[in-house]
Design a protein around this ligand. Structure first.
Ligand code: GDP
Ligand code: IMO
Ligand code: MG
Length: 445
């Protein structure tokens, strides 16, 4: 009988536990700098993600390129679960080159990843337009995410590996024809129109990106990652969006089109669950959300919300939209921890607290009833159950040593730890600014 291959390396996953933009990019960069991992892999989502990396004078926002790009020895993987916007990919690679990072030799893209076509973003906009006529909007990032995943599930989409086959042009033309018919339908039925010049311009850009893509390492990524694991190398899986935007467990339809849960790491990379070790979950010390849908923890006092928004620079890394700000939502957080199996957390924005007193959301109410389970629809929530406590203060910007942490922040961190005690969670590190160096270890050294 064939001997089982010994498993040597492991995969750690890092996901956002709120509605995205928790600071995942920064924490990926932080974890990678420990020298434990040889590679970092995106396993879902697409250019809807905007992951900010800051290191001294260098600032880079990654949409497709994984957040290990500023660390020269780290391999960068884009898994089969990702919908790849090749225009964004090529742009990011060129921006990185200007910053002194030539990522091409260490970037590997799955031949099973999904190709975002030049018409997908227009279809995304058309879908949003038609929804808004019905009085509802998801508030997508307009990056073509929904249409690209829909095409994949309908089995008419294009895989990255398809570009290397002789029937690619024919497949691409027939998909584009179908997309153009759909756009015509949106024009006739909803009056949504994209000027022809805009479509032509997008096509030219996309074709140019395709030429660049052909020079990249498109491979059987599952095979490569399994090889690395057998070599004893460890890999970090980089989540995009947040658990509360998961297509199955978020506030459907106010969600993204992929599973953001770590359970999707195995499918989105083509690896067995036996390799999964730690699940790192990232939160902000408060909560933000961008896009449509209800947000029960939203700060009701507009002046206070604005203070968090401005001091925390809460403007989208992908779309520039202002993020709504809310209190730390422990009810949603417990739901996200339960679903994800998070055993270690990162807490960011511990340098931002503009008010002396803050609130924390402990539960959701539907009328008089306090909900035990997380509701199917957030619009069912009529109020939230909050607790008022002292704020964690503004005194911790740039703090990188535990001994220098203010008493107010110490007490907030202990409060969070105590509230999450049922999960036996470790607070790994706490962010005190956007830079790689702006954080201190809490439960670990
Ligand atoms: P991601 O999508 O989860 O990677 O997060 P984004 O990059 O979209 O948004 C996080 C924003 O917060 C970025 O502008 C980061 O530079 C910034 N950031 C991350 N951690 C901290 C922190 O601890 N304090 C402050 N002030 N900013 C932070
Ligand atoms: P990162 O990885 C915050 C939100 C959009 C919208 C919904 C659906 O940077 O945390 P989509 O374009 O995915 O169809 O939009 O999801 N959204 C995000 N919000 N951070 C993100 O990514 C997001 N990606 C999508 O605002 O509400
Ligand atoms: Mg982001």
């Amino acid at each position: 009988m064939e001997k089982n291959i010994e498993k040597k390396g492991f995969i750690d996953c890092l996901v956002g536990l709120q509605w995205g933009d928790e600071g995942k990019g920064k924490n990926i960069d932080e974890l990678l700098s420990k020298g434990i991992y040889s590679g970092v892999a995106r396993f879902q989502g697409g250019a809807n993600a905007g992951h900010t990396l800051k290191f001294g004078q260098i600032e880079f926002i990654g949409h497709i390129v994984p957040s290990g790009c500023l660390q020269k020895d780290i391999e960068l993987y884009v898994g089969n679960g990702v919908v790849v916007d090749i225009i964004s990919l090529v742009k990011e690679i060129s921006e990185l080159k200007k910053l002194g990072f030539d990522v091409l030799p260490r970037l590997y893209i799955s031949n099973r990843a999904k190709l975002v076509s030049y018409l997908h973003p227009f279809l995304d906009q058309a879908e949003e337009f038609s929804r808004s006529q019905d009085g509802f909007k998801i508030g997508t990032t307009s990056r073509g995410i929904g249409p690209a995943y829909s095409d994949s599930r309908s089995r008419r989409g294009l895989l990255l590996g398809d570009i290397l086959f002789s029937d690619f042009d024919q497949k691409f033309d027939s998909l584009s024809k179908m997309h153009m018919n759909l756009l015509k339908m949106y024009q006739t039925d909803y009056g949504f129109e994209i000027p022809t010049e805009k479509i032509d311009e997008a096509k030219i850009k996309w074709q140019a990106a395709l030429t660049e893509l052909k020079k990249m390492q498109i491979c059987d990524l599952s095979f490569l990652i399994q090889k690395r694991l057998r070599e004893g190398k460890n890999i970090l899986a980089e989540g995009a969006q947040g658990i509360m935007l998961d297509i199955d467990y978020g506030d459907y339809p106010n969600v993204t089109s992929s599973n953001t849960l770590p359970a999707n790491v195995c499918l989105g990379l083509g690896v067995s669950h036996k390799y999964i070790r730690n699940i790192y979950g990232v939160i902000k010390a408060y909560t933000t959300k961008v896009g449509g849908g209800d947000f029960p923890a939203r700060i009701k006092d507009e002046v206070v919300e604005k203070m968090f928004q401005e001091q925390g620079h809460e403007f989208g890394a992908t779309t520039g939209r202002a993020r709504m700000c809310g209190w730390l939502d422990l009810f949603a957080l417990k739901y996200a921890i339960g679903l994800s199996g998070t055993n270690k957390i990162f807490i960011n924005k511990a340098d931002i607290c503009p008010t002396d007193k803050i609130k924390v959301v402990l539960g959701y109410k539907k009328g008089d009833k306090i909900l035990e389970e997380f509701p199917l629809r957030l619009n069912e929530v009529t109020d939230v159950n909050t607790e008022e406590i002292l704020g964690w203060g503004n005194a911790n910007y740039g703090v990188s040593l535990k001994e220098n942490v203010s008493p107010a922040l110490t007490s907030y961190l202990n409060y969070i730890k105590e509230k999450l005690s049922e999960f036996k969670i470790e607070i790994v590190s706490v962010g005190t600014g956007p830079d790689r160096e702006h954080s201190f270890n809490w439960d670990t050294d």
